[in-house]
Design a protein around this ligand. Structure first.
Ligand code: PMP
Length: 298
C-alpha cells in the first residue's frame, strides 16, 4: 500500500511507521473496533472531505452500539481528521478513522478496556478498478439484523464480507453480492447495490444493510435529476433481468456492474449509471454548488 508521513494516534500526529499496537489489543482478538472509510477530493479550493459529518455521526453511532465511549467530542474528531489530511500534503485520498479497544484487558467485557483512536490517510485509487465489474452472488448469507446492528460499521462484521469476496474472486468474479436471510439482495462486501429497470432506480431497503453514505448521496442526486428511486426488497431475478446495475461506496464511489452470476446486463455502464457517476464525481470535486455543503475544506 502507499503510505504517507503521519498517522494521528490518540491525540497527535506521529510518524507513520511508529503507529503500532500491542498484540493483546482487545479489538484484534474480538473484532470490537468501529471505523469509517472516507474520501477526500481535489477541488478548486483545495482538498475537501466528502460528508465528514455524516461519517462521524455513523462512527459515534457504531461506538455507541459497541458500548465504546469515544474520548473526543465530535468537533475535536472532525479537526483531527482535517489535520491528518493536511499532514498528508495530498490533493486526494482515502481516510480511515478507527476507534478500538486497546491493550490492558482481555476477555469480552468492554467496560474498563482502554479506548484508542487512530486516523490514517493515504492515496487510494478506484477500489474496484476503472472497469465495470463482474459480480457473483455469495453462498455466505449477509449477517442477520437480529445478530448484528446493521447500521453500525464494526470490524468484526467484516469476516462475513471477506468470506463473500474471497469466494467471488476464486470463482473468477471481481466482487461478491450478498443475499440476506430471506434470499433478497442485501449488499456487496463493502458497497451498496443499485439496479436500473425501465429508467427507474431500485435499491434494497434499509434494515439488513449498512446505510451507505454514498447510497444516500446517490439517491438524493437521482431524485434531484428526476429519476424515480424505489427502496424495496429485491429478488435476485430482478438483478439478472436489470438493464443496468452498480455498486456505491466511499471507496468504490459509483462502480458499474457488467454481469451478475454470468447474466450480462444490457449495458455497463448504462446511461443512468453513467449520468449518476459523472454527477457524483462532479459533486465530490466541488463542481456542483448545490451540494457544496457536503464538503469540508481542509
Ligand atoms: N456496505 C458495506 C458493508 C460497507 O462496508 C460499505 C463501505 N462503508 C458500504 C456498504 C458503503 O457505505 P458508504 O457509502 O458509507 O461508504
Amino acid at each position: 500500500m502507499e503510505t504517507t508521513k503521519f498517522i494521528w494516534q490518540d491525540g497527535k500526529l506521529i510518524p507513520w511507521e511508529e503507529a503500532k499496537i500491542h498484540v493483546l489489543t482487545h479489538s484484534l482478538h474480538y473484532g470490537s473496533a468501529v471505523f469509517e472509510g472516507i474520501r477526500f477530493y481535489e477541488t478548486a479550493e483545495g482538498p475537501a472531505v466528502f460528508r465528514l459529518s455524516d461519517h462521524l455521526d455513523r462512527l459515534y453511532f457504531s461506538a455507541n452500539v459497541m458500548g465504546i465511549q469515544i474520548p473526543y467530542y465530535k468537533e475535536e474528531f472532525r479537526k483531527a481528521v482535517l489535520d491528518t489530511v493536511k499532514a498528508t500534503e495530498l490533493k486526494s485520498g482515502y481516510i480511515r478513522p478507527i476507534v478500538f479497544l486497546g491493550y490492558g484487558k482481555m476477555g469480552l467485557g468492554v467496560v474498563g478496556a482502554p479506548v484508542n483512536v487512530a486516523i490514517a490517510a493515504w492515496p487510494w485509487g478506484a477500489y474496484l478498478g476503472d472497469q465495470a465489474v463482474k459480480v457473483k452472488t455469495s453462498t455466505t448469507t449477509r449477517l442477520h439484523p437480529k445478530s448484528a446492528a446493521m447500521a453500525a460499521k464494526i470490524t468484526g462484521y467484516y469476516f462475513n464480507s471477506i468470506l463473500a469476496s474471497e469466494e467471488a474472486k476464486r470463482a473468477g468474479a471481481d466482487e461478491a453480492l450478498l443475499l440476506d436471510w430471506r434470499k433478497r439482495i442485501a449488499e456487496g462486501p463493502g458497497e451498496n447495490f443499485f439496479l436500473v429497470k425501465k429508467g427507474k432506480l431500485y435499491t434494497p431497503k434499509l434494515g439488513g444493510i449498512l446505510p451507505g453514505i454514498t447510497r444516500a448521496s446517490v439517491i438524493q442526486l437521482a431524485k434531484d435529476c428526476g429519476i424515480s428511486v424505489k427502496e424495496k426488497n429485491l429478488r435476485l431475478g430482478c438483478a439478472y433481468g436489470a438493464d443496468e446495475a452498480f455498486f456505491t461506496g466511499s471507496a468504490a464511489e459509483v462502480t458499474p456492474i457488467s454481469e451478475i452470476d454470468g447474466h450480462k446486463l444490457k449495458s455497463a455502464p448504462g446511461p443512468i449509471t453513467e449520468k449518476l457517476k459523472e454527477l457524483y464525481l462532479r459533486v465530490v470535486a466541488g463542481k456542483e454548488d448545490k451540494y457544496k455543503n457536503w464538503l469540508d475544506f481542509c
